[in-house]
Design a protein around this ligand. Structure first.
Ligand code: MG
Length: 508
């Protein structure tokens, strides 16, 4: 692309904003290193360094000259192109947040979640909710203060949600779940009463050779078109993606030695995130718009590759020879057996182990509880009981312990409240992309069956990835698909996959 930033005011602004990018780059690298190779005892110095850099970052964002130029630019938006307007929008938002949350508040928040997340890990290990309770109460107090400081129109939760999903409101999330839930329950009930998608599978309990699975992961990434000159694959306790630059994107997975679908689908998930980061227009790199549009849009990319592509029968059939070569024991059965193993449906207490049908019910539960905590309607001491009761209502199961119930996720201990619903939004957007893709590319799955995926990378690049944060997430989705996120597409996709496909698979 020709130079996207030509307006003299924007060029000055980008100059002043570059050190903010550099600090984010350093913080990103520090956090990648902390999760992968840092010796455990380095954690204290690392947190201190990161919080000092965050303070520095806030000062750079609130630099008088930068603030003045951004304010001046806001009255001259009609002279600018979309990219330039995007830069001003993103920076104005950053400035608003930085102003609302002063240094001493940010430091207090960081100190609190630092301790709380450590206590959480210990409490989870010991299955001891009471140990974590006072720390979570402290975090919730701070999160509520954060919402008040940020300001909101209708619900304090709006202020938090907006940090992860620009422009999204509590009522939007409520509407999304209200439209999704009845359909999910209906499909789930039918699938559970049938036996095509099994609740358990013998492969789950089989051990695999970690060295051979590592090689399989690399081969799979290569089949997806991975460029090792611009990407890495490492290992960490929780799989994640770190996009430091369009030419330096790193993903991680975890090998536990049993249940080989777990690392494989974590790999496909992180690949989707990584591809997004790699396909942002290089001309936007190192600017405020050179990143993914939002958590929800980012998650839609990971879910598209993990589920819509990766869990489809065509993909499973295509990669079966590779799996056989590296896993071995799958050779004794046909591809349909592998497909059923990869697509088990079972109400599970643990979110990260749940399937395409139950996953969003887990998210709904968290959304309701955290929204209630922020509104002051749910007390931390009532959480375990509310959690178990909702689990029973939604999934018909009760967690056997706090560790596989209310203590399972790290998010609340980190003060990441408002994050969860973006997971479901990601699934919704992925469903919508499936809808558009099947319409525009009717032979999509025949191509997947040949592992011909270059066209899909390009399609996603042109529709979504290249724009970075130029447009707010909702507008980006409208541009890419013709409409704002609508949950009906996801329901249609799930209905097709779980209710219609089974009878057609024999002859595939
Ligand atoms: Mg993800």
């Amino acid at each position: 692309m020709a130079e996207p930033f030509r307006h003299p005011l924007v060029r000055q602004i980008l100059e002043l904003a570059r050190p903010v990018w550099a600090l984010d780059y350093a913080l990103g690298l520090m956090s990648w290193d902390r999760e992968t190779y840092m010796p455990p005892e380095g954690v204290e110095a690392r947190s201190l360094a990161a919080s000092e850099l965050s303070v520095l970052r806030r000062r750079l964002v609130l630099n008088d000259r930068l603030v003045e130029l951004v304010e001046r630019a806001q009255s001259r938006l009609d002279e600018m192109n979309d990219y330039e307007r995007g830069v001003i929008r993103v920076l104005a938002r950053e400035i608003r947040v930085a102003r609302a949350l002063p240094d001493d508040f940010v430091a207090r928040f960081a100190r609190t979640v630092n301790v709380a997340s450590r206590v959480w890990a210990e409490a989870k290990r010991l299955n001891d909710f009471d140990k974590f309770k006072p720390y979570l109460e402290e975090v919730v107090k701070l999160v509520r203060e954060k919402a008040e400081r940020l300001g909101y129109d209708d619900h304090p939760y709006d202020a938090l949600l907006d940090l992860y999903e620009e422009g999204w409101r509590t009522k939007d999330a409520e509407r999304m779940f209200a439209r999704l839930l009845p359909g999910l329950r209906r499909i789930l009930d039918k699938v559970l009463s049938d036996e095509f998608y099994p609740r358990s599978h013998p492969y789950e309990g089989r051990d695999y050779d970690v060295g051979r699975l590592r090689r399989l992961a690399r081969r799979l990434l290569e089949a997806l078109g991975w460029d090792w000159r611009r990407g890495r694959l490492d290992e960490s306790p929780h799989p994640f993606t770190m996009g430091l630059d369009v030419r330096d994107v790193r993903i991680t997975v975890r090998y536990e030695g049993r249940d080989f679908r777990r690392p494989l689908y974590a790999l496909l998930h992180e690949y989707g995130h990584a591809l997004y980061d790699m396909q942002i227009d290089p001309a936007l790199a190192r600017t405020p718009v050179g990143a993914g549009a939002s958590m929800g849009v980012h998650e839609s990319q990971s879910r598209l590759w993990e589920n819509v592509v990766g869990r489809s029968p065509w993909f499973v059939k295509a990669v079966k020879p590779l799996v056989d070569e590296h896993v071995g024991f799958t050779r004794d059965a046909d591809w349909l057996e592998l497909y059923r193993y990869f697509n088990m449906v079972r109400p599970e207490p643990i979110r990260v182990e749940s399937d395409e049908l139950t996953y969003n019910l887990h998210i709904y539960l968290r959304f309701e509880l955290e929204k209630g905590m922020v509104a002051g309607e749910v007390r931390v001491s009532d959480l375990p009981e509310l959690w178990d009761r909702m689990m029973e209502e939604l999934l018909g199961i009760r967690p056997r312990s706090y560790s596989e119930g209310v203590l399972q996720d790290i998010h609340w201990s980190l003060g990441s409240v408002g994050y969860f619903p973006t997971y479901t939004l990601g699934n919704v957007i992925a469903g919508q992309l499936w809808s558009v893709l099947t319409r525009e590319v009717p032979d999509m799955y025949e191509r997947v069956a040949r592992l011909e995926l270059g066209w899909l990378r390009e399609w996603l690049g042109a529709r979504l990835h290249r724009w970075g944060r130029t447009y707010p997430p909702r507008e980006l989705v409208v541009r890419a698909t013709g409409a704002p996120p609508e949950p009906e597409h996801l329901l249609r996709y799930l209905e097709w996959k779980f209710l219609q496909l089974p009878s057609k698979l024999e002859g595939l």
